[in-house]
Structure formats: structure tokens, C-alpha cells
Design a protein around this ligand. Structure first.
Ligand SMILES: Cc1cc2nc3c(=O)[nH]c(=O)nc-3n(C[C@H](O)[C@H](O)[C@H](O)COP(=O)(O)O)c2cc1C
Length: 196
């Protein structure tokens, strides 16, 4: 285990998981809304903010929700590599994750996440046109009936991001601290300090 390799690195990894877990529990956490980057069809990186919905440290997985009609869905189908960037300004801690995404629509994972979502969140999936479609003016907020909300489950998409690499950076006047934790396919890993 990492603790056996280097006690300080083990502490940092635990702190990273605690910050991530707190991000999906605490609405006011700086880690609540990370920047998620994908590669678009032209090979260009594209970034956007997503709410962090769940963190599973045992399986090294994060969960996000989106609309299957959005560009990021197509991007992830074509290229499942995903990057997540978190920054906690008061703590001066940045966490950068390299992940591999799997997409879940109309399956038990999507159903469970949908059932746990608020009505307010579900309403977003009732819009008629795909997110990003040009319109003449900003549309009013949707006010769907219950049947429309139920039907919109088919637009709901869960992104599960499996973490391959965690990079930690702590800005400190006594010396910045940067560390990396990387896992291979068979879940063995290496951890190291890096030059900041
Ligand atoms: C604070 C905040 C939270 C957001 N959370 C989500 C979210 O959980 N899921 C989502 O699909 N879009 C969310 N968005 C909107 C996305 O940032 C983005 O504009 C939208 O999903 C379209 O992305 P795409 O065109 O890259 O697919 C959020 C935006 C902000 C500002």
C-alpha cells in the first residue's frame, strides 16, 4: 500500500479522497463543481463545469450527470479520455485527475441516479431541442408535467469516470508540494513526489 511506501504520500492520498468526497456532499465546497475536459471531434480539448455527484474511493470512480443529446456525450463515445480539474483556493490545493469514462443510459445505473435526483434536476432533461442548439432568444424555464418528466429519463446520462491518475499540488510558502499517484490496468500503482 501507499502508506507502506511513504507515509507522507499516503497522507496526501487520503486527504485528496477526503476533499473529493466532501465535494459531492457539501454544496459550498470548492470541489463541488470541477472543470471537466474532453476531446471534441476536431481533436480540440473542450472544458465545462459539472456537478460532482458521487465519489467511490474504493473503486476510484466519480459520477457525473448530463444530457445524452449534449456534445460531451458524443465526444466521450468517440474518445472516453476525460480530465477533471479541482481547485480549492482557501486551502491552495489543486487536484488534477486523468480518467476513463463509461456512459450509462437507460440501465440500472442511470435509473438509480435518476431516482436519487431532485425534481428540479430532472426537469432539465425535458427540453425539446438538444443542448447547444442555436435559438433566437433564451427560452423560458421549462414547466413540464409529470409525464414529460418521466419520459425525459431517456435523455438522462450518467458518466462514470474511472480514475487512472491523481496529481496533487499544494501551494505553500515553505515550498510547493506536488505528488502523483498512478494506477495501471491491473490496479497496481506507483506514487511519487514531483518537482512543483
Ligand atoms: C455550476 C455549474 C454546474 C453545472 N453542472 C452541470 C451538470 O451537472 N451537468 C451538465 O450536463 N451540465 C452542467 N453545467 C453546464 C455545463 O457546464 C455545460 O455548459 C453544458 O453541460 C454543455 O456542455 P457541452 O456543450 O460541453 O456538452 C453546469 C454549469 C455550471 C456553471
Amino acid at each position: 500500500m501507499i502508506d507502506k511506501l511513504d507515509n507522507d504520500l499516503g497522507k496526501i492520498l487520503r486527504e485528496a479522497w477526503n476533499l473529493l468526497k466532501n465535494g459531492c456532499k457539501d454544496r459550498n465546497s470548492a470541489f463541488r463543481c470541477p472543470t471537466i475536459s474532453t476531446i471534441n471531434v476536431d481533436g480540440h480539448p473542450t472544458s465545462r463545469t459539472l456537478v460532482l455527484r458521487h465519489v467511490d474511493s474504493q473503486h476510484r470512480m466519480l459520477r457525473f450527470h448530463t444530457d445524452r443529446r449534449s456534445p460531451k456525450y458524443t465526444e466521450l463515445i468517440q474518445n472516453p479520455n476525460l480530465s477533471c480539474l479541482f481547485y480549492n483556493a482557501p486551502k491552495k490545493i489543486q487536484i488534477r485527475l486523468q480518467c476513463y469514462a463509461t456512459i450509462h443510459i437507460n440501465n440500472t445505473i442511470a435509473r438509480k441516479a435518476w431516482d436519487q435526483s431532485t425534481r428540479m434536476s430532472r426537469i432539465c432533461y425535458t427540453i425539446n431541442s438538444s443542448p447547444g442548439t442555436p435559438v433566437q432568444k433564451p427560452p423560458p424555464a421549462p414547466a413540464p408535467g409529470e409525464q414529460e418528466i418521466i419520459k425525459s429519463f431517456s435523455n438522462f446520462c450518467v458518466i462514470i469516470a474511472k480514475i487512472k491518475k491523481i496529481e496533487w499540488l499544494y501551494l505553500c510558502s515553505a515550498g510547493h508540494q506536488r505528488a502523483v499517484f498512478e494506477w495501471t490496468r491491473n490496479s497496481s500503482y506507483w506514487a511519487s513526489w514531483l518537482t512543483p
